[in-house]
Write a protein that binds this ligand. Structure first.
Ligand code: GLY
Ligand code: MN
Ligand code: MN
Length: 437
């Protein structure tokens, strides 16, 4: 069980309040099979964990603010045989005594949930349930709504509108509490130390998978449960593949190595990218590209403060990168015309960053209501700042160079705090970190 017990309760209170007269159903993650009888490592669904701290799969929560059991859990019943093979099961009793459920019952047979759901929805004006993730669950919920409708008889009222619980939870999760930021700082520190070690140990002849294994050992060795996403360890021109995942090539003398990797600690992820020369020294063209990306990255980090928007940061990064591309003679023409045609997009094809938290691409709106009303940053938001330049095509001088620099920043009342400042990013610091071996 996570240590945040009180925080889970506070979140549930807020969530129940915002549900109004609605009822919410939040299923846990389900076991995913990688072979007929071998499962992938389990990881609880983030919204479910955010509200419960409960990591067992095959569970479900029912939130019904108007019921005498506002927070109900449906969990695996105790089962000595299953526990012998797969480990401890808390069971319904402990779901109440340890996890704070107002009522807890077995998740199978399904009749316990079905009856509780029908009873709750008959009192409610709407259903908060994410449609489309699990077709079996969708069918079951739709069937239960029909059953509830019949039970109510001829009321003349329309069917329950179905809303996405992320309307509420996405926003709650987007603003991090001090306790969450503390966890994110730990994930960032573990990840930063691993990146520093990779700079030190990677050399010409290293294999991408060796470095991936090194990162994983550092993450796990410092208490992180898992990676926040598959590590990208991309040498040479592999760096131009944005979500490169093969990690099976050998670093050549003269290559840059791009590492995009972050640990997940107590359900919070870091997301760091650094790009460095495996032989310890940038070539002239590599340094030119690196300095351009670094300049833009630092200016964008400086611009993170309450009131700024992710959209404005992206516009800023695009314009600054375009200026560098003009100066480097990669693009020719007038800045105004090139900006209008988004010419920088060929070399900078992604966004400046994203919310970061329990999910690497975390929840929360980027827009206020319409897609052209951008949302101002507020203290407690955590986002990445990650400009890059990728020359899978382009002038011979830069061909094959792919560089991204990515930090995690938390918005504060006056500006922002960089959680990942432990990894070098200035040219001299990076070269020094690479030379230490
Ligand atoms: N690591 C994935 C990303 O940077 O968005
Ligand atoms: Mn990222
Ligand atoms: Mn990343």
């Amino acid at each position: 069980m996570s240590k945040q017990t009180n925080e889970f309760k506070t979140r549930r209170t807020q969530f129940l309040k915002q549900l109004g007269k609605g009822v919410a159903v939040l299923p846990s993650a389900k076991p995913a099979l990688r072979n007929p009888d071998v499962a992938y490592p389990p990881r609880q669904e983030s919204n479910f964990f955010y509200l419960t701290g409960f990591s067992e799969l095959n569970s479900c929560c029912l939130f019904a603010p108007m019921s005498k059991f506002p927070f109900q859990m449906f969990v695996e019943p105790k089962d000595p045989t299953k526990e012998l093979w797969e480990g401890y099961i808390h069971g319904p009793e402990q779901a109440q005594s340890l996890f704070g459920a107002d009522r807890a019952q077995a998740s199978h047979p399904e009749t316990f949930f079905d009856e509780a759901f029908v009873e709750a929805i008959c009192e409610a004006d709407s259903l908060y349930y994410r449609v489309g993730l699990d077709s079996r669950m969708d069918e079951r919920i739709f069937g239960l709504l029909q059953r509830a409708s019949k039970k109510l008889g001829r009321t003349g009222r329309p069917f329950w509108p179905i809303r996405d619980p992320l309307e509420i939870l996405g926003e709650m999760r987007c603003i991090k509490s001090p306790a969450e930021i503390e966890r994110m700082a730990t994930a960032a520190k573990i990840s930063a130390d691993a990146h520093k070690l990779a700079m030190k140990l990677a050399k010409p002849g290293s294999w991408e998978y060796e470095i991936e294994a090194l990162l994983f050992k550092e993450f796990r060795g410092h208490g992180a449960e898992r990676v926040g996403y598959n590590s990208i360890v991309a040498t040479g021109s592999n760096a131009c593949v944005l979500h490169y995942s093969s990690n099976n090539q050998q670093c050549q003398n003269g290559d840059l190595l791009l590492i995009d990797a972050g640990a997940e600690y107590d359900y919070y992820s870091a997301d760091i990218t650094r790009t460095f020369p495996v032989n310890g020294q940038f070539s002239k063209p590599q340094r030119e590209v690196y300095e351009a990306v670094l300049d833009v990255q630092k200016q964008c980090v400086d611009a993170v403060k309450p009131g700024a928007t992710v959209h404005a940061l992206q516009e800023m990064a695009s314009e600054l990168l375009l200026e560098h591309l003009l100066r480097m003679k990669v693009l020719k023409g007038t800045k105004k015309a090139l900006l209008q045609e988004n010419a920088q997009k060929k070399y900078y094809p992604h966004g400046i960053g994203h919310w970061l938290g329990m999910d690497v691409h975390d929840t929360g709106r980027y827009y206020v209501s319409r897609y052209d009303e951008y949302r101002p940053l507020k203290p407690g938001m955590v986002l990445t700042v990650e400009p890059g330049l990728y020359f899978s095509t382009g002038p011979a001088r830069y061909k094959g160079i792919g560089i991204r620099i990515e930090d995690d920043v938390v918005v504060t009342s006056k500006g922002c705090k960089v959680l990942t400042s432990g990894v070098p990013k200035e040219v001299e610091e990076v070269e020094a970190a690479c030379r230490l071996a």
